[in-house]
Write a protein of this length. Structure first.
Length: 389
């Protein structure tokens, strides 16, 4: 155990005492995530924010005015009543994106109701978002006005009425569903990215420089070297992932365009379960990267071999965006990385079977780590593998 801690301290000091590595591995991921996603959320919010829309009406009808006035305010639209002689002018302004909507009632509209079918003209610019928005709303007010007129002329023509009842909206479940579509993918990606930034250098880099030979000829057992490296790289990668996780949580309200979103729906139990998952998963990732680094003859080769696995990790993470909650088939939780993504989804969506999923995931991850450490130990014992050029 003492030798394992010695190897652990050596790897720990290599990163912690290098200020550039501390910044790039621990601080930078969370900071960049926070800045990028906050900027994206704010930019998207500004892009979709509704402006005051200008609406012109020719020969307005009192009943129609009363309908739209019940929904529109001075903060949503500016309604102007214009003369028929101004129609061409306002159509040109709409074409030039200086105005949003024009509604034209016939002069004798109310007199024609019941005798003929009067034509109400709506003119808008389908190429302009604000104009489309104004058209959608004011056209719906026209449909409501049409219904009122039908009832006035023919009486109540409804054959039946529909009474809508529904399960009460669970805001926590809605927020959890949104978070489960994004967070599992990002967490797994950043776990792998954190391990990938320091893992190859620790083994493949030392092989390339020849410094690992000095370590291997010491009285320290090869198995202790393997355990020490996996443990140190795992802890450092976990810290990097936690930094990224904090950045994601901090930027989430802006990213979802919900400034008042309450992410405190999760308690200590949920955060502890997430931490346990991260802890077990990061060692699987570090084990895979360590084995590949031990196999590679150079740092460049190690990074080349790791890249396809990183891409596969991203694809596994993306699966959380297309599923309807966590996978209920227990054997699927034996698949590394996929089990973490699905378990995180279960936690975030308050799945009642979360405990079972986590137990299977953690146990299977520990078995994978044991196998990877055993394989790494065998590779460290191979002179041909460790001293190949």
């Amino acid at each position: 155990m003492k030798n394992i801690l010695t190897i652990f301290k050596k790897e720990w000091d290599r990163v912690i005492k290098d200020k550039r590595l501390v910044f790039s591995v621990i601080l930078l991921p969370g900071l960049m995530i926070f800045l990028i996603y906050s900027f994206m959320g704010n930019a998207l919010s500004n892009f979709t924010q509704e402006e005051i829309q200008d609406v012109a009406i020719v020969a307005p009808v009192d009943d129609y005015i009363s309908i739209y006035s019940s929904f529109e305010t001075a903060e949503t639209s500016n309604v102007s009543f214009i003369e028929a002689s101004q129609i061409d002018e306002f159509k040109t302004r709409i074409d030039d994106r200086e105005w949003e909507l024009l509604i034209i009632f016939p002069d004798d509209f109310e007199a024609e109701i019941g005798t003929t079918v009067p034509n109400v003209e709506i003119y808008y610019n389908p190429n302009e978002m604000q104009s489309q928005s104004a058209f959608t709303r004011y056209n719906s007010y026209l449909e409501a006005y049409r219904t009122v007129l039908i009832n006035d002329i023919f009486g109540d023509t409804s054959v039946f009425q529909t009474a809508l009842t529904a399960t009460p909206v669970d805001e926590n479940e809605a927020i959890g569903e949104m978070m489960s579509m994004l967070l599992p993918m990002l967490v797994v990606m950043f776990l792998f990215a954190g391990a990938m930034s320091i893992g190859p250098e620790s083994i493949a880099g030392e092989k390339e420089r020849g410094t690992i030979a000095t370590l291997l000829i010491t009285p320290v057992k090869r198995s202790e070297i393997a355990m020490g490296k996996v443990l140190s790289l795992g802890i450092l990668s976990l810290i990097s992932a936690v930094s990224s996780f904090i950045g994601i949580i901090s930027s989430l309200p802006s990213m979802l365009q919900m400034g008042d979103i309450d992410i405190n729906i999760y308690g200590i139990k949920e955060y502890l379960m997430i931490l346990v998952l991260l802890f077990s998963t990061v060692f699987v990732i570090v084990g895979v990267i360590s084995v590949i680094s031990a196999y590679a003859k150079s740092l460049k080769e190690a990074n080349t071999l790791i890249t396809p696995i990183y891409i596969l990790t991203i694809l596994v993470g993306v699966s959380s965006m297309f599923g309807a909650g966590a996978n209920s088939q227990l054997y699927m939780y034996l698949i590394p990385l996929y089990n973490t993504v699905q378990s995180l989804t279960a936690i975030l969506m308050f799945d009642p079977n979360t405990g079972i999923y986590i137990i299977i995931t953690v146990i299977s991850n520990l078995l994978y780590v044991t196998g990877l450490v055993f394989l790494l130990n065998k590779m460290f014992r191979s002179e041909r593998m460790m001293f190949s050029k």
